[in-house]
Design a protein around this ligand. Structure first.
Ligand SMILES: Nc1ncnc2c1ncn2[C@@H]1O[C@H](COP(=O)(O)OP(=O)(O)O)[C@@H](O)[C@H]1O
Ligand SMILES: [Mg+2]
Length: 361
């Protein structure tokens, strides 16, 4: 493990980090027949993958980078891990500068980028880990012990001597995570660690990530396009879109941005005559109260909607109040905002659009 000397509260800091890619415009297969001057032929398309990103991730924090396909997540992770050199700005990892202290940065972090595809499928899980550990120049005895520890932690010991080609995708992904942990780095960069995995493996891997953060105190940057994953795991989340950080906060803080979408709907018979006024007084922070009266004789119930405020906190108050007035409640709907709602509010687009596969991911 590499210790930093400046006892900084932040294990990852990015300072105006910027990266663009230039690629030649595709002119189609008959492009060579098209007329155009020399300048036009050389015209290149520029994609701004990271647009001056400033992030501060606290030591020990499990920090999510949530954004759709193409948002720039993988590019950020690659810049932090020194695989890519940024065009502008820099980042400090564990106290070391990614531009000037590459070796120390690499020693400070473990990364899972592209996961299982970067392992040797013809080798066993154990041999893969032994090989990658040998690159860290650890003593052989220490390597053996560490590999066994990790195989056990990942629940792979009983199949450790099978080749990866006989493993499932989820098992190979576990090996990729084990590899990232070989040198016990204080910082972990995980790029879409559960991409394409079935729910059982996703759950196991998410639990593992939670443990690494909560029990081992690792600082984790988790890039994902799965909002449930970010919501469930992360202490704080940065929402990223088109290379920009558009919001940062805890899940609750982010959801508070769309609290107007919280809804409690009560379907009942015999609501009190002055239901609107009555509920408005009881729940002053609710923005809209509507009552659509049904007709009990015809079997159509009334529908009461309360929009805004905190729906989960509200539900008990509303039910109790209506019961007190002898209303018969037949059903309840409650909808709380998701990070998807936050994303839609901020960008006008859906988070889940696209196939979730960034380039090179
Ligand atoms: N090597 C590359 N060459 C050209 N464009 C790239 C390259 N890598 C990424 N991009 C582009 O940069 C943008 C961000 O990509 P990426 O960081 O992979 O996003 P994400 O991981 O959030 O899906 C995308 O528009 C992508 O097409
Ligand atoms: Mg990606």
């Amino acid at each position: 493990m590499v210790h930093n000397e400046n006892n900084d509260a932040y294990s990852i800091k990015t300072i105006n980090l910027a990266k663009s890619f230039r690629k030649k415009k595709h002119k189609g297969i008959f492009g060579f027949l098209k007329k155009g001057n020399q300048k036009e032929k050389l015209e290149k398309e520029v994609t701004v993958a990271l647009d001056h990103v400033n992030l501060r991730i606290r030591t020990g924090e499990l920090f999510g980078l949530l954004g759709p396909n193409g948002a720039g997540k993988t590019t950020l992770v690659k810049c932090l891990s020194t695989i890519l050199i940024p065009d502008e700005g820099t980042a400090i990892i564990n106290g070391f500068d990614i531009r000037k202290q590459t070796t120390l940065v690499r020693a400070s972090l473990g990364m899972v980028i592209g996961g299982e595809r970067t392992l040797y499928w013809k080798l066993t899980a154990r041999d893969n880990l032994m090989y990658f550990a040998s690159l860290y120049k650890m003593p052989r005895k220490r390597i053996k012990k560490r590999v066994d520890e990790l195989l056990e932690a990942m629940n792979l010991l009983d199949r450790a001597d099978e080749r990866l080609e006989d493993y499932s995708t989820g098992m190979r992904q576990k090996v990729a995570i084990a590899r990232a942990l070989l040198h016990d780095p204080p910082v972990l960069l995980l790029d879409e660690p559960t991409l394409g995995l079935d729910p059982t493996f996703s759950r196991q891997i998410r639990n593992q990530i939670r443990e690494l953060s909560k029990k081992e105190g690792k600082t984790v940057l988790l890039a994902t396009h799965y909002m449930e994953e970010a919501d469930e795991l992360c202490d704080r989340i940065a929402i990223v879109n088109e290379g920009k950080i558009i919001a940062v906060g805890t899940s609750d803080e982010l959801k508070a941005m769309v609290k107007e979408t919280e809804l409690v709907e009560v379907i009942c018979y015999n609501p009190p005559q002055n239901a609107e006024e009555y509920l408005r007084t009881l729940c002053p922070d609710v923005e809209i109260v509507t009552v659509v009266r049904g007709e009990k004789e015809k079997g159509t119930p009334s529908r009461i909607k309360l929009i805004g405020g905190n729906a989960e906190k509200r539900i008990g108050t509303v039910v109790d109040a209506l019961r007190k007035k002898n209303s018969q409640i037949t059903s309840l709907n409650i909808s709380v905002p998701t990070l998807e709602d936050v994303f839609i509010k901020l960008t006008g687009a859906k988070l889940t659009e696209g196939d979730g596969r960034g380039r090179d991911q």
